[in-house]
Design a protein around this ligand. Structure first.
Ligand SMILES: [Ca+2]
Ligand SMILES: [Ca+2]
Length: 463
């Protein structure tokens, strides 16, 4: 080959490569945004429970980055979701509890939420199910419908479990075909919508309601977990002995509700409750599968980023606590997976936060900078290289000025009254041994403490 020909060939290759780079540059990815309610780390790829089987969530994890140390910003629905959707910490917004609407918070005045930003950025924005804690703001979406969940009729008629006055927190199999469960209806809506051509990129949000209580699923999901064979979570009978008063106080909250540890023990219902959580989680996995199957068959398969997250975790008796509302690992740790074009495949053990999703998606989809300061950090370096270094711990806030700082190795808790806890996850994944009083750990605490939020906004107005 003559040098002239060779040069022409090189120039052509360069031209094609440049053209391709430009084409990728201009084509923004779609986003399938799957929000799960109250799902802790009991998914098989996170190893939270030995008996759970979640093949669909696992296959999503395999084709993207599975964050194994991801945490919510608040251990209850509303503040966690408001924080994720605005990119602002609860301690900055003052949205700490269930009844504080986003738009009533003075600190969030003029804030542009993630769906609103996608809409302003030219995306087709559509959704179903629970994205916000309450109804979504209609002006942020092109297409959003709220549908009643047939599952909720059951506890109004007759509860299933043996717990007295359990009502909405009930658990057990119900005789309702899965096609009538709100989660399947919404997942099927998403599966159908994924076959559409919107003529522009889309942001599709699907909020799955289980495994939020009532823990109802069809019988066949319960058949996989015969009550007698269910493995209970590991606990230590004396685990509460080294908690400071503020920590003890947290474990007492659920005592005022029908779902509490004493009632579970008294009615011998622990195995049933664990079986119900496993069954409901596997039902959720089925819904995720419906969406992934459709995406894989669609024209969007190679240009869609799938984001899967849960708003917080769930206790099933650890520290004698049920549900959420704590600053321990069971409440703060959540499944978080991002998979899609250009993203790495692998597991990432860096401590990341749901708060990081807004800046991450804004960067991946080239959204405009919103007026509010985004307090998270784009995960892009970790989505390119899951073992990249990462200097940011995850911070969870429960009510005003109760915080926990989770680094890759440590969990430090500092309550509003000054009480402290410290756990070393390199040797104590169950957070059984509170090291906060041991002098040798003062330097560790000093370092973690330096990450505590400097602002503790007063409570935003309630509904
Ligand atoms: Ca929730
Ligand atoms: Ca303990």
């Amino acid at each position: 080959m003559s040098w002239l020909r060779r040069l022409a060939l090189i120039a052509l290759c360069l031209g094609v490569a440049l053209g391709q780079a430009r084409a990728t540059e201009t084509k923004r990815p779609n986003v399938l945004f799957i929000a799960i309610d109250d799902l802790n780390d009991w998914v098989s790829c996170l190893g939270g429970h030995p008996q759970v089987s979640t093949p669909n969530i696992d296959r999503l994890a395999k084709r993207g980055v599975l964050f194994t140390n991801a945490h919510c910003q608040a251990p209850i629905c509303n503040p966690s979701r408001v924080s994720l959707l605005t990119g602002v910490r609860p301690s900055t917004s003052g949205v700490y509890d269930l009844n504080q609407p986003l738009r009533s918070a003075p600190a969030l005045k003029g804030a542009v939420t993630l769906p609103a930003n996608f809409k302003a950025g030219g995306y087709h924005v559509l959704g179903r199910g629970k994205i916000y804690h309450g109804k979504p703001y209609a002006d942020e979406w092109h297409d959003f419908e709220v549908r009643p969940d047939a599952r909720n009729k059951q506890f109004r008629v007759k509860t299933i479990s043996r717990l007295p006055k359990i009502r909405v927190r009930d658990f057990g199999p119900i005789d309702l075909p899965e096609e009538q469960f709100g989660d399947v209806i919404n997942a099927q809506w998403a599966a159908e919508s994924l076959q559409r051509d919107f003529g522009k990129p889309f942001f599709m949000a699907v909020g799955i309601r289980l495994p939020h209580v009532p823990l109802y699923a069809p019988q066949k999901y319960f058949d996989r977990h015969p009550v007698k064979g269910v493995t209970l979570p590991r606990i230590r009978p004396d685990d509460l002995a080294d908690l400071p008063p503020a920590g003890i106080e947290i474990t007492r909250y659920m005592d005022k509700t029908p779902l509490n540890h004493e009632a579970i023990l008294k009615t011998k219902s622990w195995h049933e409750a664990v079986a119900a959580y496993l069954a409901c989680t596997e039902f959720v996995d089925r819904c995720v599968g419906l969406m992934l199957d459709s995406l894989d068959k669609s024209a969007h398969a190679n240009n869609t980023i799938v984001v899967l997250w849960s708003d917080h975790g769930w206790h099933l008796g650890e520290k004698q606590l049920w549900a959420k509302r704590s600053l321990w690992e069971e409440s703060t740790r959540v499944p978080l997976i991002l998979a899609g074009p250009g993203l790495a495949k692998g597991q990432c053990s860096r401590s990341v936060q749901l708060l990081d999703l807004y800046p991450t998606l804004a960067e991946l989809c080239r959204l405009a900078k919103p007026p509010q300061t985004l307090e998270g950090h784009s995960l892009l370096p970790l989505l390119r290289q899951p073992s990249a270094s990462w200097a940011h711990p995850a911070i969870t806030t429960f009510h005003r000025n109760d915080h926990t700082v989770r680094s890759e190795r440590w969990r430090y808790i500092r309550y509003a009254n000054g009480d402290e806890e410290l756990y070393d996850h390199s040797s104590d994944a169950d957070e059984w041994h509170n090291l906060a009083k041991r002098l040798e750990y003062r330097p560790v605490i000093a370092d973690l403490k330096s990450h505590l939020p400097k602002v503790n906004a007063p409570n935003a107005p309630s509904r």
